[in-house]
Every structure is written in structure tokens, then in C-alpha cells.
Write a protein that binds this ligand. Sequence first.
Ligand code: C5P
Length: 313
Amino acid sequence: MIDPVRADAPAKLNLALAVVGERDDGYHELVSLFLRVGLADALRVGPGDGGDRDELTIEADPDCPVEGNLVLRAAELLRQHAGRDLPALRLHLLKRVPVAAGLGGGSSDAATALALLAAAWGVPLGPPERHALALALGSDVPFFTAGAAAALVAGRGEQVRPLVGVRGAPGILLLVPRERLATSAVFAAWDQLRPPDGHARRTAETLAERFASGVTAAGLSDTAADLAAANDLWPAAVALSPALAEVRDAAEAALVRPLLLSGSGPALAAIYPSPDDATVAARHLDRDRPAALAGATLIVTDTRTPTPLWRSP
Ligand code: C5P
């Protein structure tokens, strides 16, 4: 008998992301400072209704496909790994993290699915197996499987050096433009551009040292300008979506604050010393919304609360 289980699948921000080389397998070598944020999807797993296939339902985001969803892919991989018949399950995913935005929602869902399904089916999964399955699901999945509040991530995404999280509660204002970007397309656009100047890599590594010795919410918020210039995928994302530069310019002018690009985008983020500061800024930006931000979603989160602290209507 399968006991119902449930867990949150939190999103991430890349505070700095350096692309440091191309690999023979088509992927890129990265050095990136990942920060887990509070905003999370929620996954529930329970007994199936007697059919022979796992059933996935998705709530709250019509843009999130069931077909090819990484949660089902995780179930498939785990079945192969177990090498025996396992009962079909019913899976329910509540989506709060915008999809295809650079916030790692799908990767986090996959990591959470691995953990919940292994528990539900009683499939033993040691750290090396969990890591291998995670990487097979996607480059960002090992970060989530590691369960760290922050990490310096390198290689394709498989080298995860856990770091202590931010002290105190930063406020994070997420701005998710309507137009989405495919990660593979952004990396392909990066291949056509000049090599980066090393700022992103230096920022990621310096920030990792600061995290190791303890970084405060206010300290992190003070580095906003450095972080905004520390994503090597920014020129590639803008080459694909010139409107993204207009969104960022308009939001920075209205907020009087630099915004960083998370991952391959298009989600942008501004970091504040407290959730209240971020909420005041978000309300103001929403009320006097520049034309470039039409259709964009604004969400305020911190590093621990799964539901949005504020979300644009
Ligand atoms: O690993 P994942 O499936 O999330 O990657 C999506 C795409 O992003 C890959 O197909 C690849 O084009 C690109 N990618 C990359 N280098 C990485 C991670 C992702 O080129 N380290």
C-alpha cells in the first residue's frame, strides 16, 4: 500500500552565472552561484486508481504541460533504476513557479519527484544514484537534490558545493516577462557571441567566499549592480528577445535598482534587504507599470515561504 506524501519544490535564482567553455557533449561548462528561494511548487504523490500508468495532474498553470513533464520522466527513470514492477501512482503538481523562466521550477519538481517516489515505492537511493538520476533529468537538478540553501555550481551542473544561505530574510522581487525563452536556444545564441570578460566568473567565486563566511540580506542587496552584470547569458537572451532589454531598462528606471537575469531567463530579479521593501517596490511598479512591462508577472518571495508574499493580479 502506498501512503500519500507531499513536498515543496522551491525555485532558484542564479545570483551569478558564468559560461566558461563549451564541452564535447554539446553542453557548456558553467560556474554559477545558485540561491534557493522560498517560492515553491508543491508535489503530492498517492496511490493510483488501478490503471497501469502514472497519472499527473497540474493545477494553477495552464502553460505547464503534462506531456513530457520532468515529474513523469523522474518516475520513468526511477522505475528503470529499480528494475522491478512498481504500482502506478497518482501525482498532483501545484505550480506556483513560472515555467520556462530561468527559475528552475521544472528541475526542482524533478528533484522532489525523485525523493517522494523513491520513498513511496521503497526504492533505496544512495547519494551517488540519486545524483546520477538527477543529472540525467537535467543540469540544474543536482543542485536541488543536494538540498542546499545556496551553492557554487560548476561543470555542466553536476559539481555542487553547498553554501550556507543568506542570513536574515531578503526580499526578492521577480519580474517574469510574458515572452518565454528556451534554454537550449539561449546557449546556442551564446555560441555565436564573443567570449565573456570574466566578470561573471569572478563575481560567482567572490560571492561564494562571502557566503561561506556569512552574507546578510542587506549585504546581498548592496551587491545588486555587480550581480546585474554577472550573467554571461544576458547578451544571448537579448539577442533572442530584444524586448527583454526594454523590460529591464524600464523596470530599473522605475525601481531605481539594477535587476539580474536568472539562468537563461527571461525572469529578472531585484534583491531587497527585506520582504516588506520588496513588496512596496512591487506594488509601486505594478501601479505605475511602464508600457514595456505589459503582460509581465510580478512576484515577491523570500528564501523560505513557499507561497508568494505578493503577486500581481
Ligand atoms: O540539462 P538541461 O536539459 O536542463 O539543459 C537544457 C539545454 O540547455 C541543453 O540541451 C543545452 O542546450 C543547454 N545547456 C548547456 N550547458 C549546460 C546546461 C544546459 O548547454 N551546462
